[in-house]
Ligand binder design. Sequence first.
Ligand code: DGT
Ligand code: CA
Ligand code: CA
Ligand code: ZN
Length: 582
Amino acid sequence: MDKEQVAAVLTEIGTLLELKGENPFKTRAYHNAARTLEGLAEPLEKVVAEQRLGEIKGFGDALVDKITKLVTTGQLPYYDDLKASVAPGLVEMLGIPSLGPKKVKKLHDELGVDTIEALEAACKAGKVAVIEGFGEKTQAKIFEGIAFKRQFASKHHLHKALAVAQPILESLRQHPDVTRCSTAGSLRRWKETIGDIDFLVSSRQPADVIEYFVTQPGVLSVSAKGDTKASVIVEGGIQADLRVVSDAEYPFALAYFTGSKEHNIVMRQRAIARGLRLNEYGLFRSTEETRDPALRLPCNTEEDIFRELDLAYVEPEMREDHGEFAAAEAGKLPRLLEWTDLRGSLHNHSNWSDGHETLEQIAAHAEELGLSYWAITDHSRASYQANGLAPERLREQLKAVAEVNKKLADDGTDFRLLTGTEVDILKEKLDFPDDVLAELDVVVASLHVAGSDEADNTKRLLRAAENPHVHMLGHLTGRLLLERNPYPVNQQAVIDACAATGTWIELNASPWRFDLDWRLWHYARSKGVKCVINCDAHRLDHFGYLRLGAGVARKGWLTKADVVNTLSLVELRKALAQKTQR
Ligand code: DGT
Ligand code: CA
Ligand code: CA
Ligand code: ZN
C-alpha cells in the first residue's frame, strides 16, 4: 500500500472507533496519524524500510506496527475485524449531511437503527426528535439529508450540473481575490453524466474564497470546509468541490483535477520516463515524489505541461486515454468542432405531434438565435402516444411549413424551416411508404418500439439505412441516461451499413440520450460516416442542446467536416439530395 492508501485506512479506523464510542484520544490519534502521513515529504516505503516510523511525533508502537503491516503486506487483521464489527449502514449514515459519528452512535444506541432506510422510517415516525439532544429541527435536517444523499450518491445529467456550475463559476471569476478559475473533473471533460462538480481557483486569499464559495446562492448545505478546500451540496442535490491553490500550482492542479484518472496515469508515466515527477502540485525535476517549488518546471498553462511531455495540447474532452496520446505525439489530433459551427438541427418536433410550440414560434425563435435552418420532423402515425401524423396530416403540415417559409422570404429573411418526419421503424417496414417520404426535405428513421432480440433490432435498423429516402438514423440505441438501458443492437454493424449506404447517424443532443455514444464516434468517423447533431427539441428550451451535443461530438473527436449540420442551407440541400441520387 502507498501513503494515500494507508492514510485512508487509518482515517477509517478512527471513524469506526468513534462509531463504537471509543475514547476520543485513541480515535484522534488515528486521524492525526493519517494527516501526518499525507504530509510526509519522503516515500513511506523508505521510512518503513529504515525503521524510522517511530521517530515521527505521535507514532507509538501500536501505530508503527499497524502501518508497517499495511505497507509491507497490504493487510491488517485488526482493521478487518473492526470493520466487520460495525454495521455498514452506520458508516453509510456518515455520508448524510449533519450527521457525525457521535450522533450516529447515539441513534444506533437509542433506536437500534443500522440502515439508512430504518433511520428514515424513524424520522417519519417522529422517533428521532424525542431523543435527548436531537429535537424536531435536527430530525427534519436528517430526513432532508437522507434525500440529498440518495440524489448525490448517483450520477447527474450533464445539463443539470452545468446549470448550477455556470453561475458559481461566473461569480468566482468576479471575486477580487480570485486570480484564475475553472471547472475541472468530468464536467470540464463533458462526460455524459456527472458524479460531482469540481471547481479550481488560484488565489492568495484561500480563506476568503472558500467563505465566498460556501455562501453562493445555489449552495444548499456545506459538507466540509477547510483551509484550501470545501465541499457543498448545490441545487439538485449535486455535490460540488472547490480547491484553492497558488497561481504557480494552478496549471498542474487544473490538469490533475480535470483528469480523467486514466489520462492522468499516462501523463505521470510520461513524466517518470523523462526523469520527472508530475502531480497536482507541479512537474518536478526529481525522481521521487516531491512538492518542492525549487524543483518545479515553470509552466504557466496546461499547454506548457503537455509541451514538456512532448505532446500537443489535448482538449479536456479528449482526456480519457482513448488514443489521445498516440495522436498528440504524432501531431495528429483533430481540430475539434466548435458549437458555434452549427447552423440548425434536423430532428425536432412541433405541436403538430408532441412538441409544445407552433411552427411560427419555432421559426421565430430559431431565426432570432441566428440559425440558418430548422427541420420539423414530427412523429409518424405509429407513435400514437406522441400524436403521430398520418400521411394526410403530414401533407397539411407541408403546406403550413410552406406558408411560414413564404412569410420569411417576404420579410427578406434567409432562415428556413425544412419539412420532414421522424418515421417509426416498424417490424417489417417503415411507417410511411416511399412516395410519402420522397416529398420531404429531411427523413429521420427511429426505432421506438424495439424488441429484446439483438439480431432483430439490428436487422430493422439496417433495413432503414438501406432505404434511399432515409437520410439518418435517430437515437440509435434508445437509451435514456440514468433511466433506461439501450436496447440490444449491434452498433458496429449498423455503423458499417450506414457507411455503405451513405446514411448519416444522429448524435441526439438531448442530455437524456447523447446517442450515439461518444465512444463509438471514433469508429463511425473512421468509416467515413457523417454525424448530425440534433436537438430532438420538443420545446424552445431545448434549442440549447446544440451546445451540449457539440461538446459530446468533441468528445468523440469530431471536426466541423464530420458534422452535416455545419453546412450552409444551400450546401445542406445538396447533401440531402445525395442519398436519393445514389
Ligand atoms: P465524477 O465526479 O465521478 O463524474 O468524475 P471526475 O473525473 O470528476 O472524478 P473526481 O471528481 O473524483 O476527481 C476529479 C479528478 O481528479 C479526476 O478526474 C482525476 C483526479 N483524481 C481524483 N482521484 C485521483 C486518483 O486517485 N488518481 C489520479 N491519478 N487522479 C485522481
Ligand atoms: Ca467530479
Ligand atoms: Ca470531486
Ligand atoms: Zn424519437
